[in-house]
Design a protein around this ligand. Structure first.
Ligand code: AVJ
Length: 322
């Protein structure tokens, strides 16, 4: 079947235990201490994220899906036929399905996803809908330089799809580095379609990261559970709590795990002492203005060639070119 062929072609560069351990130890040695948000996405983390996208407060996903549905004919016109689609952080593949349906004669699809469980599930789902499509999946951290598998048929251009405001999880310096990498991946004739959450009423943003059902809190705490299981740490899950606050100066949500008591944690044989109330910085979710986003793109040698914006929960799709 299509799914079997795709899974046989899977490039597996899943971060291993040594890589995760080294990055976690480096983050915990910093002040303030940090943990990488990319490690939220184990099988349970990806499932919790899907649940977040269905919470009433989390406006991002439903706004972006509606915007995509509305603007895909215009996007398809810009991209043209016989594109190779590369997606960063493909997750469940829900948005991919809309895109692949709208683009004419897609040559191949390469999802790059850090969660192997999410990647395999999305391949099964997409293979059913697009039986003739060549899928070349890559399980990897897309911030690493990854050599992408080449399609059998030549493509007219590469479309790099980076939805979900995942760019917002990176600081400006990291975002520029990532956009430069995308620029290299898509080449001179390529395009990038990037989804970004836009600045808006802070209360609305804060609510999205503090849903009443507590799914986001469970998602954040799952990071500690994952590390306990995979790298041999002993974080006490009932002694850290999720905190997400909007920082208007940097126009971003800052998500932290706050140590509720003074405590010692062992991580891969090293000891870390936490004071009562001490936070671990785990995630940023930047909210962009048009000017700020255009400046990031420009710093990476890219320019915004088309933009589409949804209201009232303002959210944008931007098409970038060399
Ligand atoms: C993965 C970027 C879409 O930052 O909004 C959701 C991750 N974190 N709730 C975001 C997330 C907490 C999310 N993205």
């Amino acid at each position: 079947s299509g799914a079997e062929a795709a899974l046989a072609a899977l490039t597996d560069l899943t971060p291993d235990r040594a890589t995760i351990t080294a990055q976690v130890l480096a983050g915990l040695a910093q002040r303030p201490r940090t943990l990488p948000s990319k490690y939220f996405y184990d099988a349970r983390g990806s499932a919790l994220f899907e649940q977040i996208t269905r919470q009433p407060e989390y406006y991002l996903t439903r706004t972006e899906l509606a915007l995509l549905e509305r603007e895909l004919p215009a996007i398809a016109q810009q991209v043209g036929a016989q594109a190779r689609v590369v997606e960063y952080g493909s997750g469940s593949g829900r948005k991919t399905r809309l895109l692949l349906r709208a683009l004419p004669e897609v040559v191949a699809y390469t999802p790059i996803e850090i969660s192997r469980a999410a990647l395999v599930a999305s391949i099964h789902a997409l293979a059913g809908d697009f039986p003739a499509l060549e899928m070349l999946p890559v399980c990897a951290d897309f911030t690493d330089a990854v050599a992408l598998p080449q399609p059998q048929q030549p493509a007219r251009r590469t479309l790099l799809f980076f939805p979900g405001s995942t760019l917002g999880n990176f600081t400006d310096g990291e975002a520029v580095r990532l956009l430069r990498g995308m620029h290299r991946t898509m080449g001179a004739t390529g395009l990038a379609l990037v989804g970004i959450d836009l600045v808006k009423e802070p209360a609305r943003i804060e609510a999205a990261y503090n849903d009443a059902a507590g799914i986001t809190a469970a998602f954040t705490l799952n990071l500690l559970e994952r590390l306990n299981r995979e790298i041999g740490s002993d974080f006490a899950l009932d002694r850290f709590r999720h905190r997400a606050r909007y920082d208007p100066l940097h126009e971003r949500i800052r998500t932290e795990l706050v140590s509720e008591v003074a405590q010692r944690v062992q991580v891969a044989g090293q000891r870390f002492d936490f004071a009562a109330g001490e936070p671990i910085q785990v995630e940023y979710s930047h909210k962009y203005s048009d000017a700020r986003f255009a400046a990031l793109a420009a710093a990476a040698g890219l320019r915004v060639v088309a933009h589409w914006t949804a209201q009232p929960c303002s959210y944008g799709l931007r098409l970038l070119q060399w």
